[in-house]
Design a binder for this molecule. Structure first.
Ligand code: C5P
Length: 404
């Protein structure tokens, strides 16, 4: 998840993190670290119960600032500790949120520092509950959740499973990636809300015999960064993923495919409803004609000749039937003549925008977390981008595409 967060958009944002008493309190550290690595400033308030599970020093040592622990006699953080997050943080996340804090937030009871800070906070409120399943299911908690939802709070989880006490049911802290994603989204503009995006990513795998296939080293990282950036901005994303593509954020609808033909069929299904098509997959242009006899045995031949048949060009086919309101962003990986090849593909495949990289360059391409791109659009604007994280490149490409 970390490498998917766009630091170019998140750095300088402020999150206030409330931590309640729970065995899951230590997980708040991982949430904080993931956001800090993307440049988010995190301030923390630990309830008294939280301090029984984890030390304020843990957060302070990891650059949380300020770290609030007490309502009164906290000279370090001044006399307005209960008001400060409300005036400087862009979002308030309570993770883990205990039943008692949910009750305080629901009825506006400001008798703990965290509850007072929440009462004085007018921005987005995110809550990741963690408690015993019976406490979560209790009508009092249900009512508190209902009240907070009606007021606009967003809940992340809880997840189902076996609680620390041994009880089974809903009440576990949501997965850390889900909490990090929701917190990042709350800090970012939702300018792609209502936009439907179809995205292809990763390699395709063209089977030849029972054990052998034709493929390429694409990892799907650029596509994953695009899926994440688009979803963080509120888009609905249908990600059609080839084999080996890493985990995508939970709000992304993932359709796993293997071959180029499967990928084409899946993309064609969702394309009519899409406003944007992003084609980041490294699709095999040809498939070997299947051997057809189980496993090919090397003892049966002295040489091997395989015939290949062409695959559909997914982008070109969908580009041909694109409506004027459908925008296409395509990619190209080249070994030479980067600009000329990119310009030709932009035109030939009816793209609005193309991002091309040179294969073999350091800080670029397959399996790297960074990319060095040449970007060109249908209006003739062109830019060479220096090496940057794929997450940042994805963010900037979406900015550019939105403006076209
Ligand atoms: O292979 P080529 O360099 O032409 O790929 C350029 C663009 O076309 C990429 O965005 C790639 O995802 C897309 N493409 C495709 N289907 C293919 C080949 C390429 O969608 N069979």
């Amino acid at each position: 998840m970390n490498t998917l967060l766009p630091a170019c958009a998140l750095s300088g944002k402020r999150l206030h993190l409330g931590v309640c008493g729970s065995v899951a309190a230590y997980k708040a550290v991982d949430v904080m670290r993931a956001l800090q690595l993307a440049g988010v400033h995190v301030g923390v308030c630990l309830t008294e119960a939280a301090q029984r599970f984890i030390s304020p020093l843990t957060f302070a040592s990891l650059d949380a600032a300020p770290v609030y622990t007490r309502f009164f006699d906290d000279t370090e953080n001044g006399v307005f500790a209960h008001l400060d997050p409300g005036s400087c943080a862009h979002a308030l996340l309570v993770a883990p949120a205990a039943a008692s804090t949910l009750a305080r937030l629901a009825c506006g009871d400001a008798d703990t520092l965290l509850a007072a800070q929440a009462l004085a906070f007018a921005g987005p409120l995110l809550i990741a509950p963690a408690m015993n399943p019976r406490m979560w299911a209790h009508p009092a908690t249900r009512r508190n959740v209902e009240i907070l939802r009606m007021r606009g709070a967003s809940f992340i989880g809880p997840a189902a499973g076996r609680a620390a006490c041994g009880d089974d049911g809903e009440g576990k802290l949501a997965p850390i990636e889900d909490i990090v994603f929701a917190a990042a989204a709350a800090l970012l503009p939702q300018d792609l809300a209502g936009v439907n995006i179809v995205l292809t990513l990763g390699p395709t795998r063209e089977q030849w015999d029972a054990v052998r296939f034709w493929s390429n080293p694409s990892t799907g990282r650029m596509g994953a960064a695009l899926a994440c950036a688009a979803a963080l901005r509120g888009a609905t994303v249908n990600a059609i993923a080839g084999p080996g593509v890493p985990a995508l954020p939970a709000p992304v609808r993932r359709i796993d495919v293997v071959s180029a033909r499967d990928m084409f069929a899946a993309a064609r299904d969702v394309w009519p409803q899409a406003h944007v098509g992003i084609f980041a997959a490294a699709v095999a242009d040809f498939s070997p004609l299947p051997f057809g006899g189980g496993k090919f045995k090397k003892a049966d031949a002295t040489e091997l000749r395989i015939n290949f048949a062409p695959n559909p060009d997914i982008l070109a086919e969908l580009g041909k039937c694109a409506r004027p309101d459908q925008k296409i962003l395509g990619f190209a990986a080249e070994t030479q003549n980067l600009e000329i090849n990119a310009r030709n593909k932009l035109r030939a495949k009816n793209m609005r925008l193309i991002a091309a990289n040179l294969l073999g360059a350091s800080d670029s391409g397959f399996a790297s977390d960074r990319n060095t791109l040449f970007v060109a659009d249908c209006l003739g604007r062109e830019e060479h981008w220096p090496a940057m994280s794929k997450a940042d490149a994805a963010w900037r490409l979406l900015d550019w595409l939105s403006a076209l």
